[in-house]
Design a protein around this ligand. Structure first.
Ligand SMILES: Nc1ncnc2c1ncn2[C@@H]1O[C@H](COP(=O)(O)OP(=O)(O)OP(=O)(O)O)[C@@H](O)[C@H]1O
Length: 253
């Protein structure tokens, strides 16, 4: 499916009378090995939304993202993608269902060029992926300029762009971003949030964890505050920014 057709189907499903959520995390409890990190966590979003997860260090934000991607053992509860059960599905199968995941670190192949990284991102495609590659170069002109440069020699911000573009090569309907602005300069942070809005406007749902919580909530349709593996606050991004308790406890006053 092209990005354009993904956009139109996402828009119609999100605005239809009984829109199925793109992602539904339904009372999920789970973690690593025998110990639970997440307890009864709930989250729901549609394909037209940007949803941000914030919370203190160790709250389980990355674990929640990983649980959608099949990297965490879910002991109780369900995760559904467009109504289809994906609870504990293997990551390679989650990718096939249309989920892209950009982890916080080690998200590009440093010894490969930009172009080779994008080709690697298209590994599951049987069709001609070059049109999508051109779309990525349009979306991230910086990558086009540096297509023959080794990813390992690029700046942090450029690597983040490449990691996002690589995840988009399979034209996912959901993009999971774990701290996409971590370690970036203010200019790159602004640019990254702009790109994220642009990707979302193509009909791709964005679920992201962010430490730059104020800026992330400012572009978010919904925000989820997690603390000690549980839902603490759930509201629109704007309302969370306006909530004095949230500001004091989770946004640094
Ligand atoms: N692979 C793992 N095996 C065991 N425990 C883990 C693993 N990854 C994370 N944890 C633990 O799970 C808890 C939640 O970690 P997680 O990375 O989800 O938190 P977070 O909210 O994303 O934190 P931060 O903001 O610091 O990145 C922490 O106590 C962490 O030590």
């Amino acid at each position: 499916m092209s990005i354009a057709s993904a956009a139109s189907s996402a828009t119609s499903s999100a605005t239809g009378p009984a829109a199925t959520p793109l992602v539904e995390i339904d009372k999920v409890t789970g973690g690593y090995g025998g110990s639970d990190i997440l307890s009864d966590v709930e989250l729901s979003m549609t394909a037209d939304q940007i949803v941000v997860i914030i919370g203190p260090n160790g709250a389980g934000k990355s674990t929640l993202m990983k649980s959608v991607f099949g990297l965490v053992r879910i002991r109780q509860g369900h995760i559904r993608l467009d109504g289809e059960e994906i609870t504990n599905l293997r990551p390679d199968l989650v990718v096939q269902k249309g989920v892209g995941y950009v982890p916080q670190e080690r998200n590009v192949f440093p010894s490969m060029t930009v172009a080779e990284n994008l080709e690697m991102g298209a590994f599951l495609r049987r069709d001609d992926f070059r049109p999508q590659m051109r779309r990525m170069y349009d979306l991230f002109p910086r990558l086009a300029e540096r297509r023959d440069q080794l990813a390992g020699s690029m700046s942090g911000g450029e690597r983040q762009m490449l990691a996002m573009a690589r995840a988009l090569m399979l034209e996912p309907r959901l993009l999971l971003l774990d701290e996409p602005t971590a370690g970036l300069s203010p200019l790159f942070i602004d640019q990254t949030f702009e790109r994220i809005k642009e990707i979302n406007s193509l009909g791709i749902g964005i679920l992201m964890v962010e430490q730059n919580a104020r800026q992330a909530l400012a572009i978010a349709d919904m925000g989820y505050v997690l603390a000690t593996g549980r839902n603490r606050y759930t509201d629109t991004g704007a309302n969370l920014l306006d909530n004095p308790e949230v500001a004091e406890m989770f946004l640094g006053g």
